[in-house]
Design a protein around this ligand. Structure first.
Ligand code: GLV
Ligand code: MN
Ligand code: MN
Length: 421
């Protein structure tokens, strides 16, 4: 098969998608169901329809673009990722897996390949937790791990529930209909930038992911007593922000206490109420992210943070409410999908490393409903979730090439024998 990735077109499409953003280039902010997100989705759908893929959307806006195989009744081979971007992010996180997946399908079409199983591109809704506080919203619902009623009740930072926000965005119907049957996909693959430095440091162009670390997140709401910054004397203060600052320091201490390089803890959101320089903070709201590849160790860190919050509450005479938003299990990738990726790297003569993903991805949840694996490409300096996130056109094209070969191997051909068909 003469498989050629059109790297120039793929880079142009990544650049065009990056323009649907609340902030100026090179930064990208594209929060789920905002106008920019909807414009980005329309752009991707148009590209899919241009090459004859059949597009459908589910009740939460997960978007499927299918190239029907000769045996459409067989479970399909899926690939995809997300296009939403956290505030002040870069242009490659998620998008490489969506547009790279589409280019992989187009390259297979151009090569005259005819799939036996259907091939399907998936654009997941809200991999990022920015709006609803929970990551991998679309894939969580597809996996059935998030119950529909609980999903609809999730409240966004603008006060709208998921139910209201998705309806405004044009995605109606019951969330009950989103979960996929266990035999919907025979395999799922996600191409993504590494978001870490290892591939670049080792000079290796591809990473085959064998496991994904377990994320958890907490919301902490603190009520103290406000007042005039000049008139309330220091000894009597019940400053909500200072209690919040101590909680954030406790997060750092708890994560470091394991001594393991794989344990990380971050307080990435801190809102202070009323937020005036001459007012003692009466309220403080934190969002905390804790991860580890070892779930037991991760849970022990969560327990330490909760215990510290109780002590701080007592000591500072404030009221602290903690809410566990999610505490997910790590994922093991599907051995046969990992093997298919490795075989494609070898066949193409590309060096690769096996690695774990410290970032989470929709594949964490897809692995609950289908044998799943991920393919990483390097990103400069390991930088991600920043405007200077960068992956070279060449690295992206290499990833798309291996993705295409692997999808073809897993989907099988109609007219000649294939490996893995
Ligand atoms: C995904 O964006 C993550 O935070 O790992
Ligand atoms: Mn991300
Ligand atoms: Mn991502």
């Amino acid at each position: 098969m003469n498989l050629q990735i059109d790297a120039i077109r793929l880079q142009r499409e990544l650049d065009e998608l990056a323009a649907f953003s609340e902030v100026l280039s090179p930064a990208v902010t594209r929060v789920v169901f905002t106008d920019h997100d909807l414009q980005g989705r329309a752009y991707v759908k148009r590209l899919c329809e241009e090459v004859g893929l059949k597009v459908r959307e589910d009740a939460v806006g997960n978007t499927f673009a299918r190239w029907a195989g000769a045996a459409p009744e067989l479970p399909a081979v899926g690939t995809g990722s997300h296009i939403d971007a956290i505030p002040n992010a870069g242009m490659y996180d998620g998008t490489v897996g969506v547009l790279g997946g589409l280019e992989a399908i187009r390259a297979l079409q151009r090569a005259g390949y005819q799939p036996l199983r259907s091939l399907e591109l998936l654009l997941f809704t809200s991999e990022e937790p920015t709006r609803f506080g929970i990551g991998c919203l679309g894939s969580r619902l597809l996996s059935g791990l998030l119950d529909a009623a609980a999903g609809d009740r999730l409240k966004g930072r603008d006060g709208l529930t998921l139910n209201q926000a998705r309806e405004q965005a044009g995605f109606a119907g019951s969330l009950d209909s989103v979960a996929l049957d266990r035999d919907y996909y025979s395999a799922f693959l996600e191409l993504h930038i590494e978001q870490g430095p290892l591939l670049e440091q080792r000079g290796v162009g591809l990473g085959v992911v064998t496991a994904i670390a377990a994320p958890a997140s907490l919301r902490v709401t603190i009520e103290g007593v406000g007042g005039h910054a000049g008139a309330v004397l220091m000894p009597g203060r019940r400053d909500a922000f200072l209690a919040g600052a101590e909680v954030a320091l406790a997060v750092e201490a708890a994560a470091k206490s394991t001594g393991a390089v794989d344990t990380v803890g971050t307080t990435g959101v801190c809102n202070v109420f009323p937020g005036a320089v001459n007012s003692v903070p009466s309220g403080c709201y934190l969002e905390i992210d804790v991860r580890d590849i070892d779930q037991v160790r991760r849970d022990a860190v969560l327990d330490r943070i909760l215990a510290a919050a109780r002590e701080i509450e007592e000591k500072r005479k404030v009221f602290i409410r903690t809410e566990l938003i999610n505490a997910d299990s790590p994922a093991e990738c599907g051995p046969q999908v990992v093997a298919a990726l490795e075989e494609s790297c070898k066949q193409s003569g590309y060096a690769y490393d096996r690695m774990i993903s410290r970032a989470y991805h929709d594949s964490l949840f897809m692995s609950r409903v289908a044998p799943t694996a991920m393919l990483f490409i390097p990103c400069r300096g390991g930088v991600s979730h920043r405007p200077d996130e960068f992956a070279s056109t060449e690295d992206i094209a290499r990833g798309a090439h291996v993705l295409a070969l692997t999808m073809a191997a897993l989907a099988g051909k109609i007219n000649s024998e294939t490996r893995g068909a």
